[in-house]
Ligand binder design. Structure first.
Ligand code: AHR
Length: 327
């Protein structure tokens, strides 16, 4: 009997832990175990890419090992879902809110609500464009402009002996997102110094493989003589490879491909010669995020900006790195 009652209580608790968040997005709660003193509300962008899956895993596992209770909400790439999730975290009086903003603009009102409720906010992975930086305690993540520059520098080096025009097509990330804005700007800044580099078509592929394929198919039909594809992440690049092969061309040879992220599937395509260069963007932000969260909750001083360390990969470097690649 006791066993049945325990099972029922457990089932009830599990049902409570996975709940729906308003009309969109999903929320789940997991306890870090031990005597956890900090509760974090985390609003994730979605599950659009291999990078995002690895980032979610890193956040969830790190919360567990840091003894932080995590209320995790998936916004399914919609800003309105993130705003709802943040409001719900405020109502639940979590100790700290962390989120990776889908887009850069439009956050001031909800961040102000968190500030009025005296709940500290940490930005992770992506930035917001608020001019009032008192609305969040710190921003942990990559330098996306630098990533775009690294992509451009590889291209400049690759074509240094040629004077011919280089036709580039660009698959942008989610419109209005920090990585899409910054990777475009950094790349443009570097290639803009030489008029032979021309972006002949550019469109969003929303950071997904399916959209990357669809947009690349359209590029291949509308744009003759594509020399280079610059995709703002691996997933869009991998989708584009399918489109290129479908059009009877050889990715990595007929069309050179540069991507960002360096997730396993991307690295495999790089090692196989289908991608030519990848700029790393690390999703393993969990441990640093939990560390910052504890400090912020304890009222300790934290740096306003924590930049992730990252590298780049050529085809040869990918072959060496693949066996020990974590994500
Ligand atoms: O914000 C990081 C970006 O978001 C990654 O580069 C991309 O894969 C993801 O969807």
């Amino acid at each position: 009997m006791l066993k049945r009652i325990s099972a029922l209580v457990l089932a009830g608790l599990t049902a409570m832990a996975v709940t729906s968040c308003g009309s969109g997005g999903t929320t789940s709660a997991s306890s870090g175990g031990g005597d956890s003193t900090v509760t974090m509300g985390f609003s994730q962008v979605g599950a659009e890419s291999g990078w995002r899956t690895a980032n979610t895993k890193s956040v969830q596992e790190s919360a567990k090992s840091a003894g932080i209770t995590l209320k995790f909400s998936d916004a399914q790439q919609k800003q309105e879902n993130q705003i709802k999730a943040i409001r719900s975290f405020i109502q639940q009086r979590v100790d700290v809110i962390a989120f990776s903003p889908v887009v850069e603009s439009g956050w001031d009102p909800v961040l102000k609500e968190a500030q009025n409720a005296k709940i500290p906010v940490i930005l992770t992975d992506r930035a917001v464009d608020s001019t009032d930086t008192s609305l969040y305690k710190t921003f942990l993540g990559s330098d996306f402009v630098e990533e775009g520059k690294k992509a451009g520098q590889w291209l400049v080096e690759e074509y240094k002996d040629s004077t011919d025009k280089v036709n580039i097509v660009e698959l942008q990330g989610t419109t209005g997102s920090a990585p899409a804005n910054d990777r475009k700007a950094g790349f443009q800044e570097v290639i803009g110094a030489d008029a032979k580099f021309q972006i002949v078509a550019t469109q969003t592929g929303d950071f997904t493989r399916a959209k990357g394929k669809e947009v690349m198919e359209a590029f291949l039909k509308s744009t003759p003589d594509i020399d280079v594809l610059y995709a703002h992440n691996d997933d869009m690049g991998l989708g584009a490879i399918e489109a290129i092969e479908g059009a009877g061309k050889v990715p990595g040879k007929d069309i050179k491909i540069i991507t960002v992220d360096a997730v396993k599937d991307g690295m495999q395509a790089l090692a196989d010669g289908k991608i030519n260069f990848i700029v790393e963007c690390s999703p393993l932000l969990g441990p640093q995020l939990m560390d910052l969260a504890k400090k912020v909750v304890n009222g300790e001083q934290v740096p306003a900006r924590v930049v992730t360390e990252e590298t780049t990969f050529t085809q040869e470097q990918a072959k060496q790195a693949l066996p020990s690649r974590q994500y």
